[in-house]
Design a protein around this ligand. Structure first.
Ligand code: ZN
Length: 320
């Protein structure tokens, strides 16, 4: 049997991007499993959520958004540090780039390596990579919560850190008025989870509980379709939790029995594939996911930094 191509390096199919209006002045872009984006109108400014992998890719989203509003971007909110979410930031000409303090620290600590890693894994998302001017640096950070007054009768947008999850510093953007949540990669709706930089135990318990407790009626996850209505929102959250708990069970069993990482990978693949195997980026993510969870079971507190070289080594060991 031929070896599987590395990560998403062979995925070259163009995805259709769809702008959806969730409420008056509230927008989301979905793209058949590619990273989602959001935007919220203030009275005389815009808040954008996520930035894609390059300025050229981000400009195509902005062109769609400009069919609805020409307000300037005051805030660009980064849900977390991953390259495919942040390196397009310069296209927004935002006054302020916002993230959690933790995300700023992660960019300092591992942003450069993550850029190389993600470019190798998902080259298709890096449209015209030479258009990236460098790492994206947040200019405003917060620890737990930041409220943006939208002006007029538009209410407020609440940015919140709800606990460690997909990374050490993920934040969500919550519109209480409309009960709309931009959850970033903390929730995936019918897309596989990337957990290679995750805190599986925090994420599956307290963090997702706090996401759920917001009581959103529309939820835009990191990838996949928009969940509409409480039932779909809860289903997306519980899908995310089930993926994490299934991994914890299978990797934990092999780890406790003194097995190998490879055995943990195979057991997890077998357990997850019937429900999640056909979803976007499943095969791509799983080796990195299991590797990180194996480290957590081994007592390694913070994720080991992924580099292009380490990516290949883990891939060859597990998917090769
Ligand atoms: Zn991510």
């Amino acid at each position: 049997m031929a070896a599987k191509p590395f990560a998403s390096s062979a995925d070259l199919g163009v995805k259709e991007q769809t702008l959806e209006v969730l409420a008056d002045g509230v927008y989301a872009l979905t793209a058949e499993g590619d990273p989602n984006l959001g935007a919220v109108e203030g009275e005389d400014f815009l808040v954008c959520f996520e930035a894609l992998a390059t300025p050229v890719a981000a400009r195509r989203w902005l062109a769609k958004l400009r069919e609805h509003t020409d307000k300037p971007v005051r805030y660009l909110v980064l849900s977390h540090y991953h390259a495919v979410r942040v390196l397009g930031a310069s296209a927004f000409d935002a006054e302020v780039v916002v993230s959690s303090e933790q995300t700023r620290h992660l960019i300092e600590e591992r942003g450069r390596q993550d850029w190389g890693s993600e470019y190798g894994r998902m080259p298709r998302l890096f449209e015209e990579p030479e258009s990236i001017p460098g790492l994206t640096w947040p200019t405003m950070t917060f620890r737990d919560r930041l409220t943006i007054e939208l002006g007029g009768d538009r209410g407020e947008l609440v940015l919140g850190f709800l606990g460690r999850g997909h990374t050490e510093g993920d934040i969500v953007a919550w519109l209480p008025e409309h009960e709309i949540l931009f959850a970033g990669d903390l929730v995936e709706s019918q897309a596989a989870l990337y957990t290679g930089d995750a805190f599986h135990f925090d994420w599956a318990a307290g963090t997702l509980d706090r996401v759920k407790a917001l009581g959103a009626r529309q939820l835009v996850g990191g990838r996949g379709r928009i969940a509409r209505g409480r039932d779909e929102v809860d289903a997306a959250i519980e899908q995310t939790r089930d993926f994490l708990l299934t991994m914890q069970r299978t990797v934990g069993e092999v780890h406790r029995a003194g097995g190998t990482l490879r055995q943990a990978f195979e057991a997890t693949h077998t357990a997850l594939a019937p429900r999640y195997g056909a979803w976007p980026i499943f095969e791509h993510c799983l080796p990195f996911d299991v590797s990180r969870l194996w480290d957590e079971f081994s007592g390694i507190e913070r994720p080991v930094i992924w580099t292009a070289e380490r990516d290949r080594a883990v891939w060859d060991q597990l998917q090769g």
